[in-house]
Design a protein around this ligand. Structure first.
Ligand code: ACM
Length: 764
């Protein structure tokens, strides 16, 4: 009997197993390749590899061996030269394929064939195959399919700033290697800036002896008051031998390196080493802080000799077509004050300092062109007239790129809001410090590099786009990885596939195994695939807490109210959560059964005003009221270190006046208010607060107040106003008068803002 029972059970297991595999095999496999191939058809059957599988290719094709080796090493198979009839993987050239980077792949039960016009195409086909092996293979079975694929854009770039923080050779290689796996083909290497010169120049050794090191670095946020410095020497540079090694490494991966030598600004490190090329004689040091320096190159003959000597060595070293010469963020103060520059402007018949910069860039371009290379410059090179052959890198939005394309110049798009990966990738307050901004994975994925306003005849000038990774806040290479990935994976699909209809949910489904795999391989890839955003609504008596996931994503959200980490056993979020008491909400999304990180928090400390309605006399600025006007009465304190946090309400050049309806008259002991302080960007604390009470919303009586001195000690000012009139009031009017100190401070500033940022009005 026992035996019988066992047979029965195993038979039923067998049947259900067969049923399962039938169901699985009858469904078309979901292919996880990123960037998504342009044409892909899945078929029945699969290719099964084993120890008899052979790798077939013509070893006479230059550069093919390392590509074949990628597959050979991955599958531990044997290389052969003699044709096989089945069980083989082949790489071969097919001149009929149009796109030089395109490829075709045919997987069936007998073979896998990858064909391409060039070895670059074979390399990309190989990368797709490796992804199939990593993410779509079960029991050595690679699903049968046909792919015909080619990139939408010829320029698919990633940038890395090694000036603000140096990155060692091994890391640069790792960065390039990973780029190439996602079919990026341009590495823009930002080698020089105010904070460090990183490339050996034989003729000017002090560039690296002095310019490659700084004595101290800003620690923490630029906006933090008071500022802190680490007082630690930081630096490093690449010898020309190391650079050659990196160029070879990149070349094997079909990545062209574009070196950037910044001029005429962002050059403090060079001027620290060779101060004679500045317009003033005041000493310059390798900069310990971020921002834009007024010290720039002076356009003397000696400076041009210095710069063209440097560019000569750079042109000899790098085999690629492009040299990036910077051109961004050049304050003209030094040139305005220099009698030499003013004479030069007259002599060359130039209108102003902008035309002088254009004259400078044109002269440099002529030299670079004479070396057989093309210059790329940031979009400021449009000001004062473009150099004849220059490629424009559009970073201040897309306007520069659009203008350049209209002028028939090639363009690389790097608009901040989509392509600056030094921005935050989530609004989670627990994020490591970043420069600012917010560029989510979804935002990157939505990017369309060809602006709608361009005609078809103009859009051909858009060569592609690039992610920029400025390293001010990348104190470790782990942080570079965190900021670059997964966003680079989204950009790879923008640049290669560029589908007209983006399906973010489909992308999320494909990226999950990539993220898991890269994490296993030790990459510090960020968890942020989708961002949940919460919003609060005041009903007048309580706060409703709502959570939004990106539209069209099949997620479930779980939450707790007591600070515990949510799991699928926790409460399921449906439409909103009612908050009446102090609560520590934690919430997390799940995509099918995969938890998506991070776990988000919202801490409520309820007070008499929390959940109440407020009428505002003056409107807040739209961009600093994204959480609605009632965020200042929702029981959540605004962040102490990010005024971009949606819990802040920002008012520009106006006082604040708000009337709060407590609904039932009550005694008030005190009113507490939180303000942000950051004079550098025009945010000031107020000069005075007045509190009024009313029973009927008609007669208001002053019940408390406070005058405030100029405040410069820290980013947060918490004011506590005691109420001296102890009666019951239903209406509380709060008047906050904006800073007068701002006017005095603004005298020396270009931007003359007077912002008032309110974090919460706590009524107790
Ligand atoms: C730039 O971000 N200054 C090009």
């Amino acid at each position: 009997m026992k035996t019988n029972w066992f047979i029965c059970r195993s038979t039923s297991l067998l049947i259900s197993g067969l049923l399962m595999s039938y169901i699985l095999s009858s469904q078309a496999p979901f292919i996880n390749i990123i960037p998504k191939p342009v044409n892909l058809i899945t078929k029945k059957n699969s290719f099964i590899y084993d120890h008899n599988t052979v790798m077939l290719y013509d070893s006479n094709i230059p550069g093919i061996v390392p590509i074949a080796d990628i597959i050979v090493n991955q599958l531990s198979i044997t290389k052969v030269n003699t044709p096989a009839r089945k069980n083989y993987i082949s790489l071969s050239i097919d001149k009929k394929i149009v796109n030089p980077e395109g490829y075709k792949m045919d997987v069936n039960r007998n073979f896998i064939r990858i064909t391409a016009k060039t070895t670059a195409g074979l390399f990309y086909g190989t990368q797709s195959l490796i992804q199939l092996i990593n993410f779509n293979t079960r029991e050595n079975k690679i699903p049968a399919l046909e792919i015909s694929d080619s990139p939408a854009f010829p320029y698919r770039g990633m940038h890395l700033d090694v000036s603000r923080h140096f990155a060692p050779v091994d890391f640069v290689k790792k960065y390039i290697d990973l780029m190439s796996k996602y079919k990026f083909n341009k590495f823009h290497w930002h080698l020089t800036d105010d904070q460090g010169w990183r490339i050996e120049i034989k003729k000017y050794p002090r560039l690296t002896e002095i310019g490659a090191y700084r004595d101290s670095t800003l620690a923490g946020r630029y906006s933090e008051i008071p500022r802190k410095f680490d007082k630690t020497r930081h630096g490093g540079f690449y010898t020309q031998e190391e650079i050659k090694d990196i160029i070879d490494y990149a070349g094997e991966r079909f990545v062209e390196i574009i070196p950037e030598i910044e001029m005429p600004g962002h050059c403090m490190a060079a001027l620290a080493a060779y101060p004679e090329y500045a317009c003033t004689t005041s000493p310059v040091s390798v900069w310990p802080i971020w921002g834009v320096s007024e010290d720039i190159f002076c356009p003397t003959e000696e400076t041009f000799t210095f710069l063209t000597d440097i560019l000569s060595e750079v042109a000899d070293l790098f085999p690629g077509k492009y040299i990036h010469i910077g051109g961004d963020e050049v304050p003209k103060k030094r040139w305005k004050e220099s009698s030499f520059c003013q004479e030069l402007i007259k002599k060359e018949n130039l209108k102003d300092e902008h035309e002088l910069q254009s004259w400078f860039i044109k002269r440099i371009e002529k030299f670079v062109n004479s070396k057989g290379k093309t210059i790329i410059g940031w979009d400021e090179i449009l000001e004062g007239g473009l150099a004849p052959n220059a490629v424009v890198m559009s970073w201040r939005g897309e306007a520069g790129g659009i203008e350049a394309a209209k002028q028939k110049h090639n363009v690389i798009m790097t608009p901040g809001s989509y392509c600056y990966f030094d921005h935050y990738q989530s609004l989670d307050p627990g994020e490591p410090v970043a420069i600012g901004g917010y560029t989510s994975l979804e935002k990157v994925f939505s990017y369309k590099p060809i602006p709608e306003e361009l005609l078809k005849s103009q859009s051909k000038y858009i060569l592609g786009a690039q992610a920029n990774l400025w390293s001010e806040y990348f104190t470790t290479t782990k942080q570079v990885e965190y900021m670059a990935y997964p966003r680079a994976i989204a950009l790879s699909e923008v640049l290669w596939t560029n589908s007209a209809k983006r399906d973010f949910s489909n992308f999320i489904k494909r990226i999950i195994p990539h993220q898991r795999y890269l994490k296993q391989k030790g990459l510090n890839i960020s968890d942020h695939l989708i961002n949940l955003e919460h919003k609060t609504i005041n009903t007048g008596s309580k706060v409703l807490f709502t959570i939004n996931a990106p539209a069209g994503i099949d997620t479930r959200i779980f939450y707790t109210k007591n600070g515990a980490i949510p799991d699928p056993e926790a409460l399921v979020y449906r439409d909103s959560i009612v908050i009446t008491n102090d609560s520590k909400i934690k919430y997390q999304a799940y995509f099918n059964d995969t938890p998506l990180y991070p776990v988000y928090n919202a801490d409520f400390k309820m007070h008499m005003g929390a959940g109440k309605k407020i009428e505002l006399k003056n409107k807040p600025a739209e961009q600093y009221a994204k959480g609605g006007n009632e965020v200042i009465l929702n029981g959540i304190m605004a962040s102490t270190d990010r005024y971009s946090d949606k819990e802040w309400l920002g008012f520009l050049d106006t006082d604040f006046e708000g009337t709060i309806d407590l609904e039932t008259p009550d005694y008030i002991d005190q009113v507490k208010m939180r303000f942000y302080n950051y004079n550098h960007v025009g945010i000031f604390t107020p000069r005075e607060i007045e509190i009024y009470g009313s029973k009927d919303k008609a007669d208001f009586k002053m019940i408390g107040g406070m005058k405030l001195a100029n405040f410069r000690d820290s980013n947060i000012l918490d004011a506590n106003i005691r109420i001296f009139d102890k009666k019951r009031y239903r209406y509380v009017r709060v008047i906050v008068k904006n800073s007068e100190f701002a006017k005095e401070y603004q005298k020396n500033q270009v931007q003359k803002y007077n912002w008032l940022f309110i974090g919460e009005i706590v009524i107790e």
